[in-house]
Design a protein around this ligand. Structure first.
Ligand code: GTP
Length: 372
């Protein structure tokens, strides 16, 4: 549907100018269609082409009109004002075009601006140009034609035309500013969302990490073991578990003091982490001096290998422990469990079995692992 409809009042009587106005209106209407179309389909390429075409033709028409005015010898004051309006239009249209993505209703705003501007321009200054050209043809001097044109309009009409022109200018500037502040606002929202996501991630990590040992805490383990069982069940994969307890740790604290005990736990956590073959395995602090490890896709044999490695790795630390009657250094006991086929009760069972095995490891001399 045509946005801008030709009206006989737009006829200036200058054949070339009228023809060009008709072509210009056709290019405005084509752009209007492309805007509506791109709204519905997102086809930016056709829209860009329609805009380029409209702009090129506008520039061509303005240049032709300005040349015609000079050739006819119109009064310089008119030529100057008229050319300034052309330049203003090109600036305004470019501003609106670049800001259109931030406008509430880009198609309506943009096309509305084109239609009203062109209407005002043809009815106003283009008709004034045509009348002055007629004046010249009738033998008036450029100055006389210009003066007669001024008399044609009462002061109220002149002021009104001037005001409408200024109104367009203000509107365009405001639209551009609105678009800029919208873009700024959007950017701020993106930045704040990003900061919030980082803060949430930090909070989540903080909430699921043991402050002393910097490994997963009990809460994290409780969630992960349920997930691990569900995943193993779904994929038909085995799942292994270790519970690790530092031997005679109370005596360690008693002998070396609580801060040294903290350091010992940190060293043990590092040693256990080194004994874990896969980055997907989860080491967590189960409580006090107890650790727990989830071994994904690991059967009983694999679990036994890891358990043996944990016991050896901690012993290899050779951390002196004068209170221990097991060895002169810090040792751990490990209870293991592994399910070949995981079902929905697996988490509770794996923990109970590993716990019972740990008890056995303690009861049978410590510094060892026992399979549950
Ligand atoms: N330094 C320190 N000690 C802790 C921490 N958490 C728990 N403990 C201590 O660890 C000790 C655990 O002692 P018990 O549960 O009796 O076990 P144990 O002495 O290791 O003896 P077994 O397990 O039988 O070998 C307690 O004295 C707790 O106070 C901690 O974060 N830092």
């Amino acid at each position: 549907m045509d946005t801008f409809v030709w009206d006989e009042n737009f006829t200036t009587g200058l054949v070339n100018v009228d023809d060009q106005h008709q072509t210009l209106i056709a290019s405005f209407n084509a752009l209007s269609d492309a805007l509506q179309h791109s709204n519905a389909t997102g086809d930016e390429q056709a829209l860009g082409q329609a805009y380029e075409h409209m702009l090129c033709y506008t520039l061509y028409h303005f240049a032709e009109e300005e040349q015609l005015m000079r050739e006819c010898g119109l009064d310089a004051r008119h030529v100057q004002t008229h050319s300034a309006l052309h330049r203003q239009f090109v600036e305004q249209v470019a501003t609106m075009w670049s800001a259109r993505s931030a406008l509430q209703q880009p198609a309506q705003s943009f096309v509305g601006f084109l239609a009203y501007w062109l209407g005002m321009h043809i009815l106003g200054i283009d008709q004034a140009m045509a009348r002055q050209m007629q004046g010249l043809a009738q033998g008036l001097t450029a100055e006389q034609a210009y003066a007669r044109e001024a008399q044609l309009h009462d002061q109220g009409t002149q002021a009104l035309i001037g005001m409408v022109g200024r109104l367009y200018h203000v509107l365009t500037v405001q639209n551009a500013e609105l678009a800029r502040s919208n873009a700024l606002l959007e950017q701020r929202v993106v930045e704040r969302t990003c900061e919030l996501a980082h803060a949430n991630a930090r909070l989540e990590a903080y909430a699921s990490t043991d402050a002393l040992l910097k490994i997963a805490n009990r809460g994290c383990f409780d969630v992960r073991i349920v997930d691990a069982c569900a995943s193993a069940q779904r994929r038909g994969q085995p799942l292994g578990l270790l519970i690790i307890d530092v031997d005679h740790f109370k005596r360690y604290n008693d002998s070396y003091g609580h801060p040294a005990g903290d350091g010992c736990l940190q060293a043990v956590a590092r040693a256990v982490a080194q004994a874990l073959p896969r980055s997907t395995d989860l080491l967590a602090r189960y409580g006090g001096e107890e650790f727990v490890v989830i071994l994904y896709d690991t059967d009983a044999a694999g679990t036994a290998v890891v358990a043996a490695r944990v016991v050896a790795q901690v012993a290899a630390l050779a951390l002196p422990h004068r209170g221990s009657d097991v060895a002169p250094h810090v040792t751990v006991s490990v209870g293991t469990s592994a399910h070949q086929q995981v079902d929905k009760h697996a988490a509770v069972q794996l923990l109970a079995q590993a716990d019972a095995a740990l008890y056995q490891a303690k009861a049978t001399g410590r510094n060892r692992w026992v399979a549950g």
